[in-house]
Design a protein around this ligand. Structure first.
Ligand code: GAR
Length: 219
């Protein structure tokens, strides 16, 4: 079997997507291994998940650096030291500079809790509910310099219910995130997904067929 892609996960908080990635990479046939978890916050709960799994952790507080460049230099040094080939942003709440994004071009993944390119940015679920859209979901994409932009690797659709609150919608989207992120990481780490222009093409993975309508048509 080919050597597993050494992958770092960058977090800022809870780390439930990190947990999903750790679980997926624990499987015998996984193409990636989580070799490092970096948090910009020392109190990130996700750090405990990494430690429990025996994964190296590093806290690099953005507050300890005078400039964004110095912070990103420190993050890059940690990634290089651990011979990282792929980087997953998982609830990492710092905007990265174009320099960092280019340094890791096509090897840097992010997850966002909407169907991009709709609802980029923060407070996603509140804005989804206000807009009255019938479907939301999540997106895993390769990172480009613009926030929440870049070639899409995988998406999941989550219907919005009329009685949804921000919390109930967030919880259902999060379940989808936990399935989508491991899938996307596996596609990239295994080399089955490749970038062509603004799109990601995936070998041997046909899109599901079907038509989803919300609200459903009457019987
Ligand atoms: C996730 O819902 C992720 O999509 C979101 O933060 C949450 C982190 O949860 N990311 C963004 O909004 C980035 N724009 P987690 O720490 O439990 O994985």
């Amino acid at each position: 079997m080919a050597e597993r892609q050494r992958t770092a996960v960058l977090i800022s908080g809870r780390g439930s997507n990190l947990q999903a990635l750790i679980a997926a990479c624990a499987k015998a046939d996984a193409s990636a291994t989580i070799a490092l978890v970096v948090s910009n916050r020392a109190d990130a709960v996700g750090l405990d998940h990494a430690r429990q799994a025996g994964i190296a952790t590093k806290v690099i507080s953005h507050r300890a650096f005078a400039t964004q460049t110095a912070f990103e230099d420190a993050v890059t040094a940690a990634l290089v030291e651990h011979r990282i080939g792929l980087v997953c942003l998982a609830g990492f709440m710092r905007v990265l500079s174009p320099w960092f994004v280019e340094r890791w071009r096509d090897r840097l993944l992010n997850i966002h809790p909407s169907l991009l390119p709709a609802f980029r940015g923060l407070d996603t679920h509140r804005r989804v509910l206000e807009a009255g859209v019938r479907f939301s979901g999540c997106t895993v994409h390769l990172v480009r310099a613009e926030v929440d932009d870049g070639p899409i690797v995988a998406q999941a659709v989550v219907p919005v219910r009329t009685d949804d609150t921000e919390d109930s919608l967030a919880a259902r989207v999060l379940e989808a995130e936990h399935r989508c992120y491991p899938l996307a990481l596996e596609l990239i780490a295994s080399g089955r997904a490749r970038v062509e222009g603004k799109r990601v093409l995936t070998d041997g993975a046909a899109a599901p067929s079907g038509l989803w309508i919300n609200p459903p048509e009457p019987d």
